[in-house]
Ligand binder design. Structure first.
Ligand code: MG
Length: 449
């Protein structure tokens, strides 16, 4: 059977892989599966209208009805789905990918990302073309619903101590990357009483400001404006505003594991303990700080939906990824950029500058490399790596994570390319490099066998 949905839904280059024909068929399959009211939203990509129309036409043809919410961040659609009683949602987005890409992502009735099992059912309907085809009296309708961004912002405003944030009189610089966060985050800052300068705050599908992945290289303007204006904090979202990264008051980029750790630390302290969930690839700085405050870290495979589902299962306090994706269970079980922003503002208002809060977070050095490996040898190689390190402490949650003296390496096959990735972390640069060197040598020796 064709695997339609990747880790982030169906994605491709518009009018090459991601065509209206494909979108129509995916819409027919989703409409057949959901059989009820389905919400749909887009990010600002130039192909958003084209794909929303095609997916919607497919869904109504199959007998579902569509509630079109317009342009919204992915978590705003998810929040609406969770609270409105619709059967599910569809987000037209390619998140942080370049502007020529777009994608279709499904949301379950509870607002979480569609579990793989349900995606497989949709894939089967798609592959077999077993679409519902009701007679002319029973095709669905499309209705437009505005104002969902405002209720999403209100919900977040109510989840934090608004007065505490307003009284701190914070100055921030917000970079929306010309993405979907442009229609919500500046208004949320206003609602929280924060004085903000906004960069790239006009939704524009060509992403003229910078590529929509929030990396240090793409956020140079944000860093310099924070510095030039003496702001307390810089905030940046990715294209569909489910991830947030921060720049501290010195204008320095803060890596996702570091900000995740600052938030986790505060939440565990406020709660007198609790479980924090994160993928095995996250820096050890999280566990070091969470443990210090009597909390516990549970590791999962890489992927936000996996983290979210684990959090639901074990009633975790908080969870997130090293890329700026953070999940607040009392709000919803998915990554939410605006909620991450509001929570960080609350912490800074309460505890002081982010640069000070980062002082309790240990710094580790990272070593990243990749090695070519044909797809048909990947399974064999991972078994061999596991056997090679069987005398050492390992974690087999996702690939093989090997613990060395003063560091660790995570050896994982890529799901999309013929390569293996080796991420190593150490207390200093030499240790990280030593871990990486050892794993690379083992992989090379095995591959040359
Ligand atoms: Mg995203």
């Amino acid at each position: 059977m064709t695997r339609l949905f990747g880790t982030n839904g169906v994605r491709g280059v518009v009018n090459r892989d991601m065509t209206p024909q494909l979108a129509l068929d995916v819409g027919l399959a989703i409409g057949t599966f959901m059989m009820g009211r389905v919400a749909i939203a887009t990010d600002p990509r130039t192909s958003g209208d084209m794909l929303r129309s095609a997916v919607s036409a497919g869904m109504v043809s199959a007998g579902s009805s569509v509630v079109d919410l317009g342009m919204l961040p992915t978590p705003a659609l998810q929040y609406y789905v969770k609270n409105s009683g619709v059967k599910g949602g569809v987000m037209i987005t390619a998140s942080h990918n370049p502007p020529e890409f777009n994608g279709i992502k499904c949301v379950d009735h509870d607002g979480t990302e569609m579990p793989r099992k349900k995606e497989e059912v949709i894939e089967r309907i798609y592959t077999e073309r077993s679409f519902n085809a009701p007679d002319w009296r029973n095709v669905g309708t499309i209705s437009r619903l505005d104002g969902i961004g405002a209720s999403y912002i209100n919900a977040i405003r109510r989840s934090v101590d608004r007065n505490l944030i307003a009284e701190a009189k914070l100055n921030v610089v917000l970079d929306c990357a010309n993405g979907a966060g442009s229609v919500t985050s500046p208004y949320l800052l206003d609602a929280l009483g924060v004085r903000a300068v906004t960069l790239n705050g006009n939704p524009q599908g060509t992403f003229p400001g910078h590529p929509s992945e929030p990396t240090p290289g793409n956020l140079k303007d944000l860093m310099s404006v924070v510095k030039a204006t003496g702001a307390d904090l810089g905030i940046a979202h990715d294209g569909d505003a489910d991830r947030t990264v921060f720049v501290d008051g010195n204008g320095d980029f803060v890596y996702g594991d570091q900000s995740l750790t600052v938030l986790a630390s505060q939440m565990v302290q406020d709660n007198g303990g609790g479980i924090v969930v994160t993928p095995v690839s996250t820096s050890s700085c999280l566990e070091a700080v969470v443990k210090r405050h009597n909390g516990q870290v549970i590791y999962t495979k890489v992927g936000a939906p996996i983290v979210a589902r684990k959090m639901m299962e074990i009633k975790a306090l908080f969870g997130g990824e090293e890329n700026g994706g953070m999940i607040f269970p009392e709000h919803q079980y998915c990554r939410d950029a605006a909620m991450s922003m509001a929570k960080m503002l609350e912490i800074v208002a309460k505890k002081g500058p982010l640069s000070e809060l980062l002082k309790e977070v240990p710094r580790y050095c990272l070593d990243k490399r990749k090695l070519e490996c044909p797809d048909d040898r990947k399974e064999w190689l991972i078994e061999q790596v596991e056997a090679h390190f069987s005398d050492q402490k390992t974690d087999l949650t996702d690939g093989v994570k090997i613990f060395f003296d003063g560091g660790w390496s995570l050896v994982r096959p890529s799901g999309t390319e013929p390569i293996f990735r080796v991420y190593s972390e150490g207390k200093d640069e030499a240790t990280a490099k030593r871990c990486g060197d050892e794993c690379e040598k083992v992989l090379r020796d095995l591959l040359s066998e």
